[in-house]
Design a protein around this ligand. Structure first.
Ligand SMILES: O=C(O)CCC(=O)C(=O)O
Ligand SMILES: [Fe+2]
Length: 323
C-alpha cells in the first residue's frame, strides 16, 4: 500500500496537479486584489474581520508604505538547512562554475524551491501566506524564486513589468534573509511610498514602439529611469538590514533594488519567492509595454502541491546572471 501511494504521489508530481476545484484562501478575504483599490486601508477592518492585529498591521503597511517586515518569519535552523541544500546543489550542478565570481560566489539560482523542501516550508510559513492570501483575496501560490549568495546590485526598479498578471498587479515578492545582512554586503534598498508614483507603462510603450533596435529595452529603461527620478525627487532611499530569518514582503509596484557591495567577497545569503494568485495567468514585459505586438493570449499553468498549498511547475533549477 505504501509503495502504491508513493508511486501515485510521484506520478502526480511528474504530471503536474491542476487543482480541479477553485482553491479557497486560508483567511476570510475580500474580492480579488482588493488591496489595489483606492481607500483599501479603510476596508481593512471589514475584510480582516477574523485576523490578528499583527495581520492587520502587515496588510496596512503593504497598502500604505509598500512593504512590511515579518521579523523572524523562519527559524535560523531552517535558514541553515536551506543553505546546506544550496551547497549540495552547487556540488552537483554541471554549469555552476560559469556563474561563480573570482571569490567563489554565485549569481542567482532560479527556481530552487522546486527541489528544496526547506525553501517551500519557508515560502508557505503561515505568518507569510496569511498576509498574501488576505490581500489577494484567494490562495497565493509560488510562481518562481531566486536564491542569492550575494547582492544583485540591481538598479532601482519595479517588479510588476516582469510579473505582469491579468488583472494587473496581482504579485508579491517575499525576500528572506538567510544570514544577518551586513551594511557592506549590499542590503536591499527601497523607497517607502514609491508604489504610489504613477508612471504609465503603456504610454511609454506607445512612444517607443516604432524605435529601431530594441524598443522593449528602451521602454524598460525609460520606465525605470522615470521611477528612479521621481523617487529621488520626492522620497527617501532606505536600506533594510535584516537579521537571519527575517522576511520582507513588497507591493508589486514598490521601487527597490540591491545596494552596491562595499566589501570584497561579502556574502548576502538570501532568497526571494514570487507569488501570484492561483489560476491567474502571468505575462512579461512584452505584454506590459507593447501589447500591440504581444497580445495577451489565454494561458494556464500546471500546479504542484506542497501540503495544502500550490506552486507553479517550473523546470529544473538553473543558475543565471544577475542583471
Ligand atoms: O536581492 C537583491 O539584490 C534585489 C532583488 C530584487 O530586486 C528582486 O528579487 O526582485
Ligand atoms: Fe526586484
Amino acid at each position: 500500500v505504501l509503495q502504491r501511494s508513493l508511486l501515485s504521489i510521484l506520478k502526480s508530481a511528474v504530471r503536474g496537479n491542476v487543482p480541479k476545484e477553485p482553491l479557497i484562501a486560508s483567511q476570510p478575504t475580500g474580492p480579488l486584489g482588493w488591496f489595489l483599490e483606492a481607500h483599501a486601508s479603510q476596508k481593512l477592518d471589514s475584510i480582516v474581520k477574523h485576523g490578528t492585529p499583527e495581520l492587520q498591521q502587515h496588510c496596512l503597511n503593504i497598502i500604505e508604505k509598500g512593504f512590511t517586515v515579518v521579523s523572524q518569519a523562519i527559524s535560523r535552523g531552517l535558514c541553515d538547512r536551506i543553505w546546506r541544500d544550496f551547497l549540495l546543489h552547487v556540488a552537483g550542478a554541471g554549469d555552476e562554475s560559469k556563474f561563480r565570481d573570482e571569490d567563489g560566489l554565485h549569481s542567482r539560482l532560479c527556481n530552487f524551491h522546486g527541489v528544496c523542501m526547506g525553501m517551500r516550508e519557508a515560502a508557505f510559513e503561515p505568518r507569510i501566506t496569511q498576509i498574501l492570501d488576505t490581500l489577494f483575496g484567494v490562495e497565493a501560490c509560488i510562481y518562481s524564486s531566486l536564491t542569492f549568495e550575494k547582492s544583485t546590485q540591481q538598479f532601482t526598479h519595479r517588479d510588476c513589468p516582469f510579473f505582469y498578471t491579468q488583472p494587473e498587479d496581482l504579485f508579491f515578492g517575499v525576500w528572506f534573509a538567510l544570514e544577518d545582512v551586513m551594511p557592506y554586503a549590499g542590503p536591499l534598498f527601497y523607497y517607502e511610498g514609491g508604489h504610489m508614483i504613477d508612471v504609465d507603462g503603456k504610454e511609454i510603450g506607445r512612444r517607443n514602439a516604432g524605435k529601431h533596435g530594441d524598443p522593449l529595452g528602451e521602454c524598460f529603461d525609460e520606465y525605470t529611469k522615470t521611477i528612479h527620478q521621481e523617487c529621488e525627487k520626492n522620497l527617501k532611499r532606505r536600506t533594510l538590514e535584516l537579521k537571519k530569518g527575517d522576511a520582507v514582503i513588497w507591493h508589486p509596484r514598490l521601487p527597490h533594488g540591491g545596494s552596491q557591495i562595499e566589501k570584497k567577497a561579502a556574502t548576502r545569503r538570501s532568497m526571494v519567492l514570487h507569488y501570484i494568485p492561483v489560476h491567474i495567468p502571468l505575462y512579461g514585459i512584452g505584454e506590459f509595454f507593447l501589447p500591440q505586438f504581444n497580445p495577451i493570449k489565454p494561458k494556464t499553468f500546471n500546479y504542484l502541491e506542497h501540503g495544502e498549498r500550490h506552486f507553479v511547475q517550473q523546470g529544473h533549477p538553473h543558475f543565471d546572471v544577475n542583471y
